[in-house]
Unconditional design. Structure first.
Length: 174
């Protein structure tokens, strides 16, 4: 846990289409870390017919293996580099970097990459909404039950989002 303690908890991943703020993928794990969870989620999206060109993830998801894998898949991964314990510049290429990690470092160091990554903040609106709806503590035990709860929240969010998008489209002239 963030406070250094150990308690039962679930790690919920929510993937959204940034522009529409519609949830397109969810998963629940018992992992205490987000590292290594990009690949399984992108694979899940691909199985559902969703092939992202660009994938924005928060800093906890940064893992070189995932960066190399997404690069090989043609997915442009944007996630901030972790802070170096040694105070080195995280954007400078390392000798053991593969081609995907080298491209990722260049992308994240560029103004264009940082501007694109700022769009990830829009996803935080979804997290905030679900917390307002009390998706904070679960009264169930087990990954399948936790996933079911998350599905209900995602469905409610998407129904409201669809209503908002339809109303916006109807209000547009033409």
């Amino acid at each position: 846990m963030p406070d250094g303690g150990f308690r039962p908890a679930y790690n919920m991943q929510i993937v959204s289409a940034v522009e529409s703020q519609i949830i397109v993928g969810i998963d629940v794990t018992a992992s205490g870390s987000d590292a290594g969870l990009v690949r399984p989620m992108v694979e899940k999206l691909q199985r559902e017919g969703i092939v992202p060109e660009c994938y924005l993830a928060d800093g906890g998801f940064t893992k070189n293996d995932d960066i190399e894998w997404t690069h090989a898949q043609g997915v442009e991964l944007l996630c901030p580099p972790p802070n170096s314990k040694h105070g080195t510049d995280p954007f400078v290429a390392r000798k053991d970097d593969g081609p995907g990690v080298r491209e990722w470092r260049k992308r994240m160091a560029s103004e264009a990459g940082q501007a694109l990554y700022k769009r990830r903040a829009q996803h935080e609106c979804i997290n905030a909404r679900l917390r307002q709806w009390d998706l904070w503590h679960l009264a169930v035990r087990g990954l399948n039950k936790a996933l079911t709860i998350l599905r209900w929240f995602a469905l409610a969010h998407n129904l409201l989002g669809a209503h908002r998008l339809i109303a916006a489209a109807a209000a547009r002239p033409g």
